[in-house]
Design a protein around this ligand. Structure first.
Ligand SMILES: N[C@@H](CCC(=O)N[C@@H](CS)C(=O)NCC(=O)O)C(=O)O
Length: 173
């Protein structure tokens, strides 16, 4: 699989999920109005021009965070409980973030297991930090815990980002 990403963009959620599951993947960086890292016009890969995009092993391109995160979870048999209400809560929370994250940040965590909602919430909370938007202490504590996860630290390092989002987009490679 190939994840087309922009450093610190919402594709970071998929990047963390890929690392967390241990599935094999490659990264191709996409910057606005530039050829992809490997020299292609991104709109020939994904005509919408939006990130993230995931290229499956058969060349199929999948877009939309909710679909990509659910696909990663399905392939790995992880990050999305197989049944029970937590499965639907994880999808509910991820859908809420993809559609409504510009609204209020709310405590929407699912149970005590990591699901596909968590990497997305990490990105949203980091964006909040970058924009100096205050979030409830409970979520600040959650983010501090999540930043200690090896998958989060590795995804940030791979994208050339610091743990302090305020510096994002100025300290990129
Ligand atoms: N609904 C999409 C939204 C994706 C999205 O907004 N991606 C941003 C990067 S974080 C983007 O590619 N923006 C490009 C643009 O606005 O032209 C999803 O959840 O995947």
């Amino acid at each position: 699989m190939i994840l087309y990403y922009a450093p610190g963009g919402c594709s970071l959620a998929d990047h963390i999920a890929l690392i967390e599951t241990g599935l094999p993947y490659k990264l191709v960086r996409v910057d606005p109005n530039k050829p992809t890292e490997d020299g292609r016009d991104f709109t020939t890969i994904s005509p919408k021009g939006y990130l993230p995009a995931l290229e499956l092993d058969d060349g199929t391109i999948l877009t939309e965070n909710l679909a990509i995160l659910a696909y990663i979870a399905y392939q790995a048999g992880a990050l999305l409980p197989e049944d029970g209400i937590d499965r639907w809560r994880a999808l509910e929370a991820t859908s809420f973030m993809t559609t409504e994250f510009h609204g209020n940040f709310r405590p929407i965590l699912v149970g005590d297991r990591i699901t596909i909602a968590d990497p997305y919430l990490v990105v949203m909370l980091m964006w909040a930090g970058k924009n100096e938007i205050e979030v409830p202490e409970r979520l600040t504590g959650y983010l501090a815990q999540m930043k200690k996860m090896p998958s989060v630290a590795r995804a940030l390092a791979d994208e050339g980002l610091s743990l302090t989002p305020r510096q994002w987009f100025t300290d990129q490679k």
